[in-house]
Design a protein around this ligand. Structure first.
Ligand code: IPM
Ligand code: MN
Length: 361
């Protein structure tokens, strides 16, 4: 009996459906080639479902997903619905209710032609950001006083727990150990990115980082305030290997990171609880203006499928998918990652075919 994985497929809004379709096309080839099966459960949640039923994402759905192996998500967000409502219910809902405390965002440039930075190539842009994914400003503790009056007060709490901080920092050190030193480096490195000089509550991060680092003497450590980290990521991306950061800064800096690896067309992420059901998604949003036009780039979702395969333990399949994307880019067969240059289905088919071709030789 070959292995079978239970996967929830949640295309969501905007371009979600099209990019997920292409991700599954590649998954079809990978499972056939590597001898495993997937049982896919399509979930209808998103703007259309909400507008027709009034339901965002019911508790039963979260309960069902909790017993599965992985979730593949397209995108959530629709201009017909109040800002943040569905994003909070579905994306943050999955992250919080399934306790997916690692938001893993690799920033790996596959070819220098895709990088907007002068004189930077794949050797310089190869890092992984571990974004804490369950706390900080995202904890949802906010409110308004005297709303709509000139005396209005608005407040949102940045919340960090010792447990939440420790587990993401430890994950980063374990990841650095697993990755080993980057080519030319003598040790792996973990950089803490925070703003403890202004957000004094992040002193908790400073202290826990130091305590965890002491358990990993073979790993080098570094520190950058988030403002400086944005600067260094543009000027000297080669300084970063593994980095760990609170939720909100992680959200921001990984968009910057996405650009230096070629843009939103290729940047993927994993929302992970090691050993449990985890969720994989492209970093880009729902891009409603491209919906149904066959213009959206599905490579980010395909890279998310590769991350999902890694999580499932199908590491060879994961590497083969990434390898197929890399070859298409490096050989110039994918000429641009911009939306509309290649068709959505064209790109999915190219990767699927390249995956097959790579496995034959
Ligand atoms: C992301 C997104 C989400 C976030 C939004 C859609 C709530 O920007 O996954 O990076 O802020 O985490
Ligand atoms: Mn974001």
């Amino acid at each position: 009996m070959s292995k079978e994985y239970d996967i929830a497929v949640l295309p969501g809004d905007g371009i979600g459906e099209e990019v997920v379709r292409e991700g599954l096309k590649v998954l079809d080839v990978a499972q056939e080639a590597f001898g495993f099966r997937t049982k896919r459960d399509a979930l209808p949640y998103g703007a259309d479902h909400y507008l027709s039923t009034g339901e965002m994402m019911p508790d039963e759905a979260f309960d069902r997903i909790a017993d599965m192996n992985a979730v593949l998500l397209g995108a959530i967000g629709d201009p017909r619905i109040e800002v943040g409502k569905l994003e909070f219910a579905i994306i943050a809902g999955l992250r919080f209710k399934l306790d997916l405390y690692v938001n893993l965002r690799p920033i790996k440039l596959l070819h220098e032609s895709m990088c907007p930075l002068k004189d930077k190539g794949p050797e310089q842009v190869d890092m992984v950001i571990c974004r804490e994914n369950t706390e900080d400003a995202y904890a949802g503790i906010y409110g308004f006083l005297k709303k709509g009056t000139p005396d209005e007060v608005a407040n949102q709490a940045m919340v960090y727990t010792a447990k939440g901080t420790e587990r993401i920092i430890r994950y980063a050190f374990e990841l650095a150990r697993k990755r080993g030193p980057k080519p030319g480096a003598d040790a792996p490195q973990v950089t803490l990115i925070d703003k403890a000089n202004a957000v004094r509550a992040q002193d908790l991060w400073t202290r826990i980082f130091a305590a965890v680092a002491a358990e990993y003497p073979e790993i080098k450590t570094d520190h950058a305030y988030i403002d400086a980290a944005c600067m260094w990521m543009v000027k000297n991306p080669e300084w970063f290997d593994v980095a760990v950061t609170p939720n909100l800064f992680g959200d921001i800096i990984t968009d910057l990171g996405a650009m230096i690896q070629g843009g939103m067309g290729i940047a993927a992420s994993g929302n992970i609880h090691p050993g449990r059901v985890s969720m994989f998604e492209p970093i880009h949003g729902s891009a409603p203006k491209y919906r149904g036009q066959n213009k959206a780039n599905p490579l980010a979702t395909i890279m998310a499928v590769s991350m999902m395969l890694n999580h499932l333990g199908e590491t060879e399949a994961a590497q083969s998918v990434e390898g197929a994307v890399a070859r298409l880019i490096c050989e110039g067969r994918i000429s641009s990652l911009q939306a509309g240059v290649h068709g959505t289905d064209e790109l999915g088919t190219m990767v699927a075919e390249e995956l097959k071709a790579g496995l034959r030789c």
